[in-house]
Design a protein around this ligand. Structure first.
Ligand SMILES: *Cc1c(COP(=O)(O)O)cnc(C)c1O
Length: 474
């Protein structure tokens, strides 16, 4: 399998080359040259593999179609080491919870940091360690987080040979639980930096350091953000695993509802569907930051300004633009790289938006590609959390609540709906208390985490200071 850019550069690249890169050199995102097609026999075989040998074996089957520059035995070992019941809390890895007939939650949030980003990041950690050792290289991961990404990255990379993590977060702005999760890590290779500023300041520092090309090269600076193809690929697996659990045979179709921000999670659903997984609809659920809902309703893609980006109670979906969306637009427009490039450079630079409403391709977003959407507000979130708790005794987090709310609006008779549960309620306790008047349950291994000693440095929003810190620790 070779990979190409969404912006017209068709130079073929191999998986392990793009693994350690972020954007393609032309500024686009990587996608496979074509999606492997799964015929009925293969889908039947995979159902068996999943039933008999479990999630890790299924992951290997899927990944091996996309990765041909890691020997099969090594890739199999990496999958087996990543997706264990010790790390993900159950043999099923992504167990399905039935709320009622035809309506399910798929639990993606039982990994080390209790959010779905562990599903991909844990694999990324093992892939990075493997590939860096093979090349005799080191990598310094520099990132900015408002919560879930940073902790998932740190728990995936802690103790890994050849890797250091420098993670910036806005000082005092993450939830108490999220701060405790990250700052209590004592591993030598993990560096928490609390920046006196907001999340945008953290992102600006990452950009400034990455734009210093001499520094970037000298210190092998890399990232683990959601545009990384390997993360997206890892996520494709749980769409198959969810489908196999919800259906008795491969003649059935299901829909997935996905709490969405950067379009990373649901883009993996798109890839699974393009491979031939019988997905009826992909339901994109946003919060008040409704960039994606607006597009799927109207055809207008409009990046928001910082002032127009709301701080909500489902904060991991508080985005001004959807950084993986370009991948879908590339497919939607018949893989016309030069056109995608124009939209995502000239059009966004000049007006901050582009409008596909008059393009015949736009109708295909739902008719051919199965996308529908909806949005949810703080009041909806509270209502949904209450209803699920009263009717089913199930406590969901705020992001999953957005997914459930929008899923209900798109349910169709005879088509099971699977809502992806993207975090556990304990990560966003304040809103649970507001909705239910009680604290969320806390998994035993997180008892007392707030009282653990912390390893974090507080710094002003100064990229030079961050560069000095990196240099001093390499
Ligand atoms: C990151 C995140 C999301 C949004 O995922 P995208 O891939 O950015 O669309 C939703 N819910 C939770 C809990 C998250 O951490």
């Amino acid at each position: 399998m070779n990979y190409i850019s969404t912006r017209g550069d068709t130079t073929p690249r191999k998986f392990c080359d793009i693994l350690l890169e972020g954007l393609a050199p032309d500024g686009g995102l990587y996608l496979p040259q074509q999606y492997p097609q799964i015929d009925a026999a293969t889908l039947a075989a995979w159902r068996e593999v999943h039933a008999q040998q479990g999630y890790a074996a299924l992951a290997f089957e899927i990944l091996s179609l996309y990765i041909d520059d890691i020997p099969a035995a090594d890739l199999k070992a990496i999958c087996a080491k990543t997706y264990t019941s010790e790390v993900f809390g159950s043999e099923a890895i992504v167990p399905l919870k039935k709320l009622r007939d035809g309506f399910f939650l798929e639990a993606l949030s039982n990994g080390p940091t209790l959010a779905f980003k562990d599903m991909a990041m844990q694999l990324l950690g093992n892939l990075f360690e493997y590939e860096l050792a093979r090349r005799g290289q080191q990598l310094n991961i520099l990132g900015a987080t408002s919560g879930d990404t940073g902790s998932a990255a740190e728990y995936a990379m802690r103790g890994k040979k050849g890797i250091r993590v420098f993670m910036l977060s806005p000082h005092g702005r993450m939830s108490a639980f999220q701060q405790a999760q990250m700052f209590s890590l004592q591993d030598e290779n993990i560096h928490n930096i609390a920046v006196e500023g907001v999340f945008d300041d953290c992102q600006d520092i990452v950009k400034a350091v990455s734009n210093d090309l001499a520094f970037k090269r000298r210190y092998s600076i890399g990232t683990v953000n959601s545009i990384n193809w390997a993360r997206l690929l890892a996520q494709v697996v749980y769409y198959f695993a969810g489908y196999f659990q919800a259906t008795a045979s491969n003649d059935e179709r299901v829909s997935f509802a996905v709490p969405s921000g950067n379009f990373g999670n649901v883009c993996a659903g798109h890839v699974a569907r393009m491979m031939g997984l019988p997905i009826h609809q992909l339901v994109v659920a946003t919060n008040e930051n409704d960039v994606l809902d607006e597009f799927f309703r109207t055809g207008l893609y409009r990046v928001r300004s910082a002032a127009d980006t709301h701080e909500t109670s489902s904060p991991s979906m508080d985005i001004s633009k959807a950084s993986n969306f370009e991948r879908f637009v590339f497919d939607l427009l018949g893989r016309d790289g030069p056109r995608v490039k124009k939209l995502f450079t000239d059009a966004l630079a000049s007006s901050g938006s582009f409008d596909l409403s008059a393009d015949p391709a736009f109708k295909q977003a739902s008719s051919t590609y199965g996308f529908v959407s909806g949005k949810s507000s703080h009041a909806d979130r509270l209502d949904t959390i209450r209803q699920l708790f009263e009717q089913h005794g199930v406590m969901v987090d705020t992001h999953t609540a957005d997914g459930v709310k929008v899923a209900r609006e798109h349910e169709q008779a005879g088509v099971p709906m699977i809502v992806l549960e993207t975090a556990l309620p304990i990560k966003f306790a304040a809103t649970i208390v507001e909705a239910l008047g009680r604290e969320p349950d806390r998994p035993a291994k997180f008892e007392g985490i707030e009282a653990l000693p912390r390893r974090v440095q507080i710094m002003s929003a100064d990229s030079g200071a961050v560069q000095r810190l990196i240099a001093a620790n390499c």
